[in-house]
Design a binder for this molecule. Structure first.
Ligand code: ADP
Ligand code: MG
Length: 409
């Protein structure tokens, strides 16, 4: 069973937060590690907290998808990562890890099937030539479907914890607004305007377009062809039949995002641009009364770069590398046999350590400045290679949860 944690505030790992929440939304700018961190957090939660944990990924790299058993276009189907696959990676979870990949097209189809007044209308919408085009182009289509899907999965009550990745939007705020935009879009003026000639002309013969005397429609008719406009109109008229369902649903999705069982984890690197975006995003979350649970600083420099002992070694190498070079020459390793060259390399090593130490110190300062808003701040260092398999996720997971009480290794 899942443990209940006391206060999460001030914790340096995600464990207490994930033990007390049902939904964690991972967000941040593109490329900072949202997908990797979400998967790592879910895996580690399954390992340490137990229960049924689902990671809903959006755009995992191919190898990561296949490590989670999600290759081959599974649509929105959730798959359990088999215990023996985890075991092979040295992982023995107390609970179950499940994974699914968001399929936006499937998500829209499901929505239409759910909200259309009858099957015939649903089929007319799904078969409309414009349907796919418009839903794919609807700004924040991805964002909305991701949240919608989250709502759906949460409502099944099947999972103790759902960790959701977010789409690579230009602006992380976009998806907070997606449900509202969705409601606006389907109830809005644009729709009414586009469908007006058809609503006016309904039942008065095939060339309903003639009813609209406005220049726009005449022009559009000439340029795009009346079939095109008719497709649009039919599409929107059918879509309007789902309006109430859609809007109600969008509001429910919005409420779930604000629910006390839901929290946000903002992921960022310490580079200037993503960091600025993360700070802005955290402010927005707080001012819009979402729960800002965690800030994850990904790809940070390792802490040993800031140790005084390390600095002393670097200082000694920079001040006079000769004794150390002499000692290395003594070892009789062919590549190190030339004292001057070895000394120069050691000098450079010492200098570059110092340079890294400066950056690491700056990172630590930034971290301290950032630590105020969220309940939890966690660092994950940059690893040698990509995070593309279960072992890589487990390693990142250990950093997210801290070293204590792990069940793997
Ligand atoms: N701490 C890390 N160390 C090394 N590579 C990382 C780390 N975090 C993420 N990556 C790699 O960076 C790339 C982008 O990560 P990803 O999780 O896909 O970001 P996002 O979902 O935010 O776009 C991936 O190749 C991933 O393996
Ligand atoms: Mg991603």
């Amino acid at each position: 069973m899942r443990r209940q944690a006391a206060a999460t505030r001030g914790a340096e790992n995600l464990e207490p937060l994930l033990a007390t929440k049902e939904i964690v939304i991972f967000c941040g700018s593109g490329g900072v590690g949202k997908t990797s961190m979400a998967a790592a957090a879910a895996l580690e939660a399954a390992v340490r907290l137990g229960g049924r944990v689902l990671v809903l990924t959006i755009d995992p790299a191919r190898r990561l998808a296949s490590a989670l058993g999600l290759e081959g276009g599974l649509g929105n189907v959730e798959r359990r990562v088999p215990d023996d696959v985890l075991k092979q990676a040295g992982i023995e979870p107390r609970g179950e890890l499940w994974a699914a990949m968001l399929d936006t097209k499937q998500g829209w189809d499901d929505l239409v099937l759910r909200h259309a007044p009858n099957e015939e209308t649903a089929m007319r919408i799904l078969d409309n030539r414009l349907y796919h085009n418009i839903t794919a182009r609807f700004v924040q289509s991805h964002d909305y479907i991701a949240m919608e899907r989250l709502f759906d999965v949460h409502a099944t009550g099947k999972y103790d914890l759902i960790v959701i990745d977010t789409p690579p939007t230009r602006n992380a705020i976009d998806f907070l607004e997606a449900p509202k935009r969705m409601a606006e879009f389907f109830g809005g003026r644009l729709l009414r305007w586009l469908t007006m000639p058809y609503r006016m002309g309904r039942g008065r013969g095939a060339r309903v377009i003639n009813v609209a005397s406005r220049p726009f429609y005449q022009l559009a008719d000439r340029i795009l062809g009346s079939q095109f406009l008719q497709d649009i109109a039919e599409f929107f008229l059918n879509f309007q039949s789902m309006y109430d369902g859609f809007v109600e649903r969008a509001h429910a999705v919005e409420r779930l995002m604000h629910d006390r069982r839901t929290t946000f984890a903002v992921v960022t690197t310490l580079e200037a641009a993503p960091l600025r975006e993360a700070e802005f995003f955290m402010e927005e979350l707080v001012s819009r009364k979402y729960h800002l649970g965690a800030l994850i600083l990904n790809q940070t420099l390792p802490a040993y770069l800031r140790s005084p002992e390390g600095a002393r070694v670097a200082d000694a190498l920079v001040a006079d590398p000769t004794p150390a070079a002499g000692a290395l020459v003594e070892l009789g390793i062919p590549a190190l046999s030339e004292p001057d060259r070895t000394a120069r390399v050691l000098h450079t090593v010492g200098e570059s350590f110092r340079n890294f130490a400066v950056v690491a110190t700056r990172e630590a300062e930034l971290r301290a400045e950032l630590a105020e808003a969220p309940d939890v701040v966690v660092d994950v260092p940059r690893f040698e290679g990509d995070i593309h398999d279960l072992a890589g996720l487990a390693e990142a997971g250990r950093h997210l949860f801290g070293e204590s009480s792990g069940n793997h290794r």
